[in-house]
Design a protein around this ligand. Sequence first.
Ligand code: PLP
Length: 228
Amino acid sequence: MSVIAEHLATVRHRIAAACGRCGRDPRTVELVAVSKTRPAEDVREAFRAGQRIFGENYVQELVAKAADLHEPVEWHVIGHLQSNKVRQIAGLTSLIHSVDRLSLARELSRQWGRLEKVCNLLVQVNVSGEASKSGTTAAEALALVREIARLPHLRVQGLMTMPPFFDDPEEARPYFRELRLLADRIREEAIPGVAMERLSMGMSGDFEVAVEEGATLVRVGTAIFGER
Ligand SMILES: *Cc1c(COP(=O)(O)O)cnc(C)c1O
C-alpha cells in the first residue's frame, strides 16, 4: 500500500469514527482531497486508492493538472477565485466552495451559461470575522444568497467556512456550529433554487470536530499528501 493510500484509509477511518460518535451515516460526509502544490502523480495515486474528489486553490495549477489526468476525477475549487480566471475553469469543476461576492457569481453564471451548464457553488462565510480571511460576513450571507439565487445557470448548494487556526481543534467547534445554524436559518427562507444541504468545513487539523458539527464536505490536504 502506498503512503497516500495508507493516509487516505486513516482519514476515512477517522471520519467514520467521528460519524459514529454523533450518530451520522459516514456516507453523508464527502472527502475532498486537497491536492494543491502536489503533482498529478499524487492525484493518480489517491485515485487508485479510491479517492474521487480533489480540491485545488489555484486556477493555473488546476487547469494543468486536469489536462494531465485522464482518470474521471471530480475537481472542486476551494480557494479565493478571481473573476478573470473563471473562464478557464468553466465546465471543468463540479463545485466551487469559495463564492464570496456577487460579481464573482455573475461571472460564474455567464461562463457556465455559455456552455449551457449549471455551476454548483457554496457561499463562503467568514464566521470569525478575521480580516485575513475571505468570505462574506454572517450578517450579509442571506442577502448574498438571495442575490445569487436570482442569477441563471447557478445552484447554491450550501455554505463553506475556514475558522481561525487553533492548536486545539475543539476551539474551532463554535465556528462550525455557527455555520450550520446559519445554513439552517437560510434554509428556512425557502429561497427558490437554493438547497443549503452541503456544509464544507474542516481541514487536516479539525475535520473530526467539523463532522461532529454537521460537515458534509471536509477538505483535507496535509493528512493525506503530507506537509506542503
Ligand atoms: C489548503 C486548504 C485546505 C487543506 O488544508 P490542510 O490543513 O492541508 O488539510 C482546506 N481548505 C482550504 C480552503 C485550503 O486552502
